[in-house]
Design a protein around this ligand. Structure first.
Ligand code: MG
Length: 170
């Protein structure tokens, strides 16, 4: 067995992906930040595609399934809920299993609007919930260069990876 794999402070990586359709008549909320735009993301919660990807990455790292398993969209309790509340529940679930997130790296893919001015606030929101420095949270944004459904402005996707460190875990 390699040193560090068993015993002290195991590190676990997690990956998350999510997508939501853009539609008129919805607020656009990304990384817990409301952004002025003529369309928003459609979903049962606030449809914060970035936070959902981060939640799935954390849940993946600690072997707890995904956001759909933890917070079913058939449950009225989660209707229009802020996804930052879901992220806090995911943080607590990971902590209960002995894991703390070390860092997050994430990318949103969205054609419009430009997200660059909002990225620091998104990182602050995520870091605040996870109780880590915002220097440990990376949020990047890209367009899809006009290609495919995302390029046509029909929706947004997000990807996230996290590293989590365990303490006293099997
Ligand atoms: Mg989602």
């Amino acid at each position: 067995m390699f040193p560090g794999i068993r015993g002290e402070n195991p590190m676990r990586i997690g990956f998350g992906y999510d997508s939501h359709r853009l539609t008129a008549g919805r607020r656009l909320v990304l990384g817990g930040k409301e952004i002025t735009h003529e369309k928003g993301l459609l979903g049962h919660s606030d449809a914060d595609v970035l936070i959902h990807a981060v939640c799935d990455a954390i849940l993946g790292a600690v072997g707890a399934g995904d956001i759909g398993r933890q917070f079913p969209d058939t449950d009225p309790a989660y209707r229009d809920i802020s996804s930052l509340v879901l992220l806090e529940r995911v943080r607590a679930l990971a902590a209960a299993r002995g894991y703390q997130v070390c860092n997050v790296d994430s990318t949103i893919v969205l054609e419009k609007p430009k997200l660059a001015p909002h990225l620091p606030a998104m990182a602050e929101n995520i870091a605040g919930v996870l109780r880590i420095s915002s220097a440990r949270v990376s949020v990047k944004a890209k367009t899809n260069e006009g290609m495919g459904l995302v390029g046509a402005g029909e929706g947004a996707v997000a990807f996230a990876v996290v590293l989590a460190e365990g303490e006293n875990v099997p």
